[in-house]
Design a protein around this ligand. Structure first.
Ligand code: DC
Length: 234
């Protein structure tokens, strides 16, 4: 289960970093790509969500930046991933569904904008990536976390398409919401994540842009796997 322990005897594969706005299909695509390649999947957003869940349950507001930075650096986040599931543990507690609630989603942008929190999370993410053979996804994996990643992808899609995907995800989770609510929430989060002072979401100049608006998940996965193959063959 501990994602920080990967055997040194395995041949080291490449680092694939995928960034993009919320709802572009990063997590579904990255999870399947990782499973196909036998790589580890790293959901960096889940780490910011884990801290946000902790802050909400312990009534620590985002203004307590030093306290949250300390908690971020002390917390133990572990993943257990298969093609179907991505279990997330915080200090050994399974918080997989708790980090996907609308409350956490609403609060996570502000928590993830804290400079010290980002520093702590990036250190954990680099430690996990040290072994290579990883598919990492988030907002700054191509720019800050893994600037030397062998393959960088910027996954994008129209906001309408992303809102429709989110609506479908929410209805599967039994959450009652509307397309307009989802679209407004995505626009608010995109705006916050792209304009924050520290590590905003940007298109890395060396990232390949994949627009998923008209692609199925299978097509997205195939496109990335073909890019991986061309990088590996070089
Ligand atoms: O991908 P997601 O929706 O689970 O991410 C949750 C939030 O975490 C998102 O609003 C922005 C933040 N995030 C970040 O700042 N940096 C990352 N590398 C990943 C996510």
């Amino acid at each position: 289960m501990n994602s920080e322990n990967i055997s040194d005897s395995q041949p080291k594969g490449i680092i694939i970093a995928i960034d993009g706005p919320a709802g572009a299909g990063k997590s579904t695509t990255a999870k399947i790509v990782a499973a196909r390649l036998g790589y580890q999947y790293l959901d960096t957003g889940a780490m910011y969500r884990a801290l946000t869940f902790y802050s909400l349950t312990n009534n620590i507001p985002a203004s307590e930046t030093e306290k949250l930075t300390q908690i971020a650096s002390d917390m133990i986040i572990e993943f257990e991933t298969t093609e179907e599931l991505n279990k997330v543990y915080l200090n050994s507690q399974d918080i997989t569904s708790e980090i996907r609630t609308p409350e956490v989603t609403r609060a996570v942008s502000e928590i993830s904008a804290i400079k010290g929190v980002r520093r702590a999370m990036v250190a954990k993410q680099r430690k996990i990536g040290k072994a290579g053979s990883i598919v990492a996804e988030g907002r700054d994996t191509t720019t800050i976390v893994f600037p030397d990643a062998e393959l960088k992808i910027y996954l994008d899609a129209s906001v309408e398409q992303r809102a429709e995907r989110r609506l479908l995800d929410m209805s599967k989770q039994g959450v009652n919401t509307t397309l307009k609510e989802q679209k407004d929430d995505l626009i608010r989060r995109d705006n916050f994540d792209s304009h924050r002072e520290h590590s905003p979401l940007t298109k890395s100049p060396d990232a390949m842009i994949v627009d998923t608006t008209r692609l199925t998940i299978e097509e997205q996965v195939d496109e990335i796997i073909s890019k991986v193959n061309s990088v590996i063959k070089k």
